[in-house]
Design a protein around this ligand. Structure first.
Ligand code: FKS
Ligand code: ZN
Length: 344
């Protein structure tokens, strides 16, 4: 299987984050992609290919132009305002406050409008890195469109928390959504996104919620206790034409393989029944038992099984890297899914 990867991911590094009252080194660090890349090479998964640069049009199929302009320009604005350090939002709309339907003008107000948390900052080169992650997903999609059975887009920063016009949860551009849309724009009738990351893909859900041409199935920590909170409940099934095409599997803290697998198998069957023509896997491996920010109990061997079962879909498939923070096992876990897939 071809891996799409660019060292340009180093252009994004938030450095720090606030974790349970402490400022710590960010969990979403450049080393993550390097570890996965090293494992790809170690097992001889296949060629590693640098993605070309795509124009903004492919990304504007998913994100709004005003949001993209904001992402591109906010760092310069921050500096022009005499501020040093990186761009951090710090306050969000509470349910007691009215919902704006257009961006406000002040810098911090706009930062608040275009985000939902402060998991990651915007650095001078975050925009470039996020664009290159989207390029990575697009190049992987194009490889599959030209006949590869499957490809691996080793994207960083990740994407599934980013919505049409907001960032959050370490995500700026929704790589998996951009890939799914590209499949549709190139002749595919129905695309399924199977999100196995430990966290709910709230951005992906928001982007496709009212559509029936993309089915989203997501297994994740119950939003009643887990980030991103508020979204990801089973009752959220889609709206309008999209009713029934959004499937959430919120799972309790401590979920082990058997319970996770039961949800996975249910989602697997429903994706099969949808009869997609292409499949995008939001490949997070933070359901791993030793993940430092997660509460599930999967073991490394289970990722092989996941890959084997994904291979049972006789479909063109793009794997898109999302989360996973247990750096010692991150390469093994992510590549186990791909090796399970190839060995099946
Ligand atoms: C610990 C709390 C961390 C943010 C969690 C973000 C998870 C991101 C992810 C992605 F795939 F996007 F990378 N809160 N201080 O794993 O879902
Ligand atoms: Zn995650």
């Amino acid at each position: 299987m071809k891996t799409f990867y660019t060292a340009d991911h180093h252009l994004h590094h938030s450095g720090m984050e606030l974790s349970f009252g402490r400022i710590v080194e960010t969990f979403e660090k450049p080393e993550r992609a390097e570890i996965v890349l090293r494992r790809v090479k170690e097992v001889g998964l296949g060629p590693v290919i640098e993605p070309p640069a795509y124009d903004r049009a492919a990304i504007e199929r998913v994100h709004t132009p005003d949001y993209l302009d904001f992402l591109q320009n906010v760092f310069a604005e921050w500096r022009a305002a005499g501020r040093d350090g990186e761009v951090w939002p710090y306050s969000w709309r509470h349910r007691s406050m009215p919902m704006l339907d257009a961006p406000p003008s002040g810098l911090d107000a706009r930062l608040s409008y275009y985000s939902f948390d402060m998991a990651g900052s915007i650095t001078e080169t975050t925009w470039q890195a996020a664009r290159r992650a989207a390029d990575t997903a697009l190049a992987g999609t194009d490889a599959v469109l030209s006949g590869e059975r499957a490809a691996f887009a080793l994207c960083r920063p990740p994407g599934h928390h980013a919505g049409r016009d907001f960032f959050g949860g370490y995500c700026y551009l929704n790589n998996a959504a951009i890939a799914a849309q590209r499949f549709l724009d190139n002749g595919h009738a129905r695309v399924a996104i199977f999100d196995v990351d430990y966290h709910h893909g709230n951005g992906t859900q928001e982007i496709f919620y009212d559509r029936d041409d993309v089915l989203l199935a997501s297994l994740h920590g119950d939003p009643d206790f887990e980030f991103p909170f508020h979204l990801g409940y089973a009752r959220e099934r889609g709206a309008g034409r999209g009713e029934g095409f959004n499937l959430n599997y919120p799972l309790p803290a401590g979920t082990g393989w058997l319970e996770w697998q039961a949800a996975f198998e249910d989602a697997h069957a429903r994706i099969g029944a949808y009869a997609p023509t292409a499949l995008v896997i939001s490949l997070g491996v933070d359901a791993f038992k030793e993940d430092p920010i997660s509460q599930f109990k999967l073991e490394s061997e289970h990722f092989l099984t996941i890959g084997r079962r994904i291979a049972d879909f006789a479909l063109p498939i793009l794997f898109v890297m999302e989360g996973g923070y247990a750096v010692d096992a991150l390469g093994i876990n992510a590549v186990n899914v791909l090796q399970g897939f190839e060995g099946a």
